[in-house]
Design a protein around this ligand. Structure first.
Ligand SMILES: Cc1cc2nc3c(=O)[nH]c(=O)nc-3n(C[C@H](O)[C@H](O)[C@H](O)COP(=O)(O)OP(=O)(O)OC[C@H]3O[C@@H](n4cnc5c(N)ncnc54)[C@H](O)[C@@H]3O)c2cc1C
Length: 457
């Protein structure tokens, strides 16, 4: 056999890449292929921030391949049709790719296998490329997935792991093969001003720097909003520019309580992927219905707009929403609070919030976004589905001196903590000088409405 194809999807890297290694082992020439599939755009998933980050990742992947004697081949169109066309043009026998866990990925694999086999070729789908453990590798007795995190974490932690593989030294690509241009970030409009730069090189630099400087502080400070000591690896993980397996391996080798706490968060990522893999419909439907009749109508629409714009009158919620708009990323504590506020205090459908997040998040991910939204809304895997986060108490705890609010809500920068978190308590004359809205609902009213809706009063 002379040629194999590696189809890159959510695994845009050269290090620790089982499909690439398998393709290189099977043939002297390999086609590293990326298909820009319009079906992804049609599914509404092609948000500008992710398209810009994707362009960075592809540019970096191409550069990495060129440094090894190869290049990236880019095609536009339907993935199945394009892979089959490249296989015919190069007479490739095998196609290697990573397993996905969304309904879209399952269907793409099924169609691709069928089409390739009809042509006398084979598809190899590799597990454990996108996640640390393959989704579905560990299951509890009597179910196809874990619905509770703690027992999953126990099993996940005990499972043997593959050692991370080095990047290949050389990749030989067949010469005369047509490729579209590698997309460029500059061609993408409406990108958030503070968006991070993508690519494997940046991702690996960040991983190394973060492990050496911040991991030890992670356990104690990961919820400190202004401290900003979390890894910010989520976009690189989302695009597979760094390998989740390698991230966990390197954190564990570093050792310590900070590294263990960080690895536990990485396990949440696998946890949500295994839920989605087994229950693909949870991308759009409740995992566990609470029979919600979410608010609708003019006031509900106005509340949604205020939340989206960071103008709810609750400084910490607004700060988080403005960070999202500016960076295409939000701190986890901000995400939890913003989601609790929308679904519980405002009692608006989690899908509205999830859609807004997906429109902006550079790490926007069906498994992590939809299932974290469901967790926050109490329709997912949270074992305390009716807990409501109080934005004032959260602010006192996670932004005690108000630095995070001061950064993102400059209208309130003149206020000291704790007043900065409750500007409605500012004396009337000074309050009038602040260009900042009153709360769109009192916390007591929001809580009462939610409890009544959930039959808890
Ligand atoms: C409403 C809501 C929506 C979210 N949407 C997404 C999303 O679309 N994409 C996404 O990657 N994460 C999402 N998260 C999870 C989490 O907020 C982010 O992964 C995290 O903030 C990314 O920052 P970091 O890389 O600095 O995380 P770190 O604290 O450094 O954690 C390391 C990695 O662990 C994983 N991780 C951490 N927390 C979680 C979690 N709760 N669930 C799953 N994985 C986690 C991420 O891959 C993260 O990069 C969401 C959380 C909430 C509450």
């Amino acid at each position: 056999m002379n040629v194999s194809i590696v189809l890159f999807t959510s695994d845009l890297r050269l290090h620790d890449h089982p499909p690439l290694r398998a393709a290189l082992a099977s043939a002297p020439e390999v086609v590293p292929l990326f298909v820009r599939d319009q079906a992804v755009d049609r599914a509404g998933f092609a948000a500008p921030n992710r398209l810009a980050f994707l362009a960075d990742c592809l540019t970096d992947l191409d550069a990495g391949l060129r440094a090894r004697g190869g290049r990236l081949v880019v095609r536009h169109g339907d993935t199945v049709a394009e892979v089959c066309a490249v296989a015919r043009e190069t007479d490739a026998d095998e196609v290697h790719m990573a397993a996905g866990c969304t309904a879209f990925a399952h269907e793409r694999e099924r169609r691709l296998r069928h089409a390739l086999e009809a042509d006398g070729r084979r598809l190899y789908v590799h597990d454990g490329v996108v996640t640390v453990l393959p989704a579905g590798e560990v299951t509890p007795a009597g179910s196809d997935h874990f619905a509770v995190f703690t027992p999953y974490h126990r099993r996940w932690s005990a499972e043997p792991r593959r050692s991370p593989a080095a990047a290949p030294r050389s990749v030989q690509v067949p010469g005369a093969l047509r490729s579209e241009e590698v997309p460029s970030r500059t061609a993408v409009a409406s990108v958030s001003e503070g968006l991070a730069t993508g690519g494997e090189t940046k991702g690996r630099e960040r991983l190394t720097a973060w492990l050496s400087r911040h991991v030890d502080a992670y356990e104690a400070r990961h919820d400190d909003l202004a401290g900003d000591v979390t890894s910010r690896l989520s976009p690189y993980l989302h695009f597979g520019a760094v390998s989740a397996n390698e991230v966990v391996h390197r954190a564990r080798s570093r050792g310590g309580a900070g590294a263990e706490a960080f690895v536990r968060q990485m396990c949440w990522r696998d946890f949500h992927h295994q839920v989605l893999n087994a229950r693909p419909h949870t991308a759009t439907q409740d995992y566990r219905t609470r029979h919600d009749r979410w608010r609708q109508g003019k006031q509900a629409d106005a509340d949604l707009r205020a939340w989206q714009a960071g103008l709810t009158g609750y400084p910490l919620v607004d700060a988080a929403m403005r960070q999202l708009a500016h960076e295409g990323w939000m701190h986890n504590r901000g995400r939890l609070l913003a989601a609790s506020f929308l679904t519980k205090t405002l009692y608006l459908d989690w899908r509205l919030g999830a859609r807004h997040f997906l429109g902006l998040l550079v790490d926007g991910d069906i498994a992590n976004n939809q299932l974290n939204w469901q967790w926050a809304a109490g329709t997912g895997t949270d074992t305390r589905p009716n807990r409501v986060l109080n934005p004032v108490l959260q602010a006192r705890r996670y932004d005690p001196d108000g630095a995070y609010v001061r950064r993102w809500v400059p209208e309130l920068a003149s206020l000291e903590a704790p007043l900065i978190h409750e500007p409605w308590k500012v004396p009337p004359l000074d309050r009038a000088a602040l260009d900042y809205p009153d709360p769109i609902v009192t916390l007591a009213d929001g809580l009462g409405r939610f409890r009544r809706a959930r039959g808890e009063d």
